[in-house]
Design a protein around this ligand. Structure first.
Ligand SMILES: [Zn+2]
Length: 385
């Protein structure tokens, strides 16, 4: 009998990828007759990009039949009414333009527009989502350089008590991804830093994941090289379009690596602490990136970090971890740990550790973690340092 594992693709890609300055213009050729636009609102409107997207769609013969602004970190109750509206208005394309939350909301709206009966619990198992594309297709346009959702087969929603619910299915890989770095050039420095470190963490955790394949490592190394060089430039000079372009592409590559090999303990902790504090996902990753790399490299997984260091032209795992520390300094994120940790784990927080261990990302950490008490003790040492 064939193992179900053999049937899971290592990589799924959008059918079409537009990746050049001004790539937003590709919306004109989408061919949609009735378009549902999903956006995050104000900054897109202020920059004029939303008007331009609408004009392009209309010039291409489409009509924007619904326009939805979604909240940050949406949950099922935020998205269900949009799907219901879509069922009445019957769009043939869904176009999501915004940060990672917006792109994921567009995916979730698409799922319930096409498959209203489906519950999150029923599609929790990877690749169990019934077929989409009976009613509409999906185009995604990221305006931050972070989540990689525009190319990935995954969506994340906020669940009960803020816990993350992740759905993975090849059906969710968008039909079209439009990478136009000019749209990301208006990101303020803090958002550039948070989303960029999120992308960095995706690439690093995917590379050292037990699920990493050679293609994952190739994608991850390419993303990490670009982020090490160009993220500080984009942070310091938002109008540096070369840097914007490089980190925009790097975030998509990192997203592909993450979609294939998942992430690890940094993300598990970021999800658990994010549910409790509501702090930005990228800031939480910035807080745990170096401590988790040290923790993993200290026992069992050192070879994986040494291999990554070598692929990046660095001497060893230690040199890599030092380089990451310098990157965080350049992004003014060296104090991220003390900004997020004291409230949570000054006394060793077993509930936080247990929540992190419940997160699916903990299962693909290269160093086995399964003891909440031990993890809480480790968190306490971080709080004390
Ligand atoms: Zn992330």
């Amino acid at each position: 009998m064939i193992s179900p594992w053999a049937l899971i693709p290592n990589l799924t890609l959008p059918r079409e990828l537009f990746c050049k300055p001004g790539a937003l213009a590709a919306l004109e050729g989408l061919g949609g007759k009735r378009v549902a636009l999903v956006t995050g609102g104000s900054s897109l409107k202020a920059s004029g990009a939303l008007d331009r997207a609408r004009q392009l769609l209309e010039r291409g013969g489409g009509k924007v039949v619904m326009e939805s602004v979604v909240a940050k970190e949406p949950s099922e109750p935020d998205v269900r009414p949009l799907a219901e509206q879509a069922r009445q208005l019957e769009p043939d394309w869904i176009v999501g333009i915004g940060g990672g939350s917006v792109l994921d909301a567009a995916k979730a709206m698409w799922v319930w527009y096409e498959q209203p009966e489906v519950t999150l619990a029923a599609i929790a198992k990877p690749h169990s989502l019934p077929p989409l594309r009976k009613k509409a297709r999906l185009a995604l346009v990221p305006t931050t350089s972070g989540s990689g959702s525009e190319c990935s087969p995954a969506l994340t929603l906020n669940g009960a008590q803020g816990a993350k619910q992740v759905i993975v299915s090849r059906e969710l890989t968008p039909d079209v991804a439009i990478l136009d770095a000019q749209l990301a050039a208006t990101m303020p420095p803090a958002v550039t830093a948070f989303t960029g470190i999120d992308a960095f963490t995706h690439a690093q955790e995917a590379y050292v994941s037990p699920l990493a394949t050679s293609i994952v490592k190739t994608l991850a190394v390419s993303a990490l090289r670009a982020l090490l060089e160009f993220l500080p430039r984009a942070y310091a000079h938002g109008d540096d379009l070369e840097a914007r372009e490089r980190i925009h592409v790097a975030a998509s590559l990192a997203g592909l690596a993450q979609a294939s090999a998942s992430t690890g303990l940094t993300h598990a902790l970021a999800h658990a602490l994010g549910a409790r504090t509501g702090k930005p996902h990228g800031l939480l990753n910035a807080a745990f990136l170096v401590p988790v790399a040290r923790f993993n490299a200290a026992d069992g997984a050192r070879g994986r970090y040494d291999a990554l260091a070598k692929d990046l032209g660095l001497a060893s795992a230690d040199a890599l971890i030092e380089e990451e520390g310098r990157l965080l300094e350049k992004l003014d994120l060296a104090g991220a740990l003390s900004a997020v940790l004291p409230a949570a784990s000054r006394n060793g927080d077993e509930a936080l550790a247990a929540a992190a261990l419940q997160d699916p990302c903990a299962r693909t950490n290269p160093r086995r973690v399964n003891d909440a008490k031990a993890l809480a003790g480790w968190l306490q040492t971080l709080g004390a340092s």
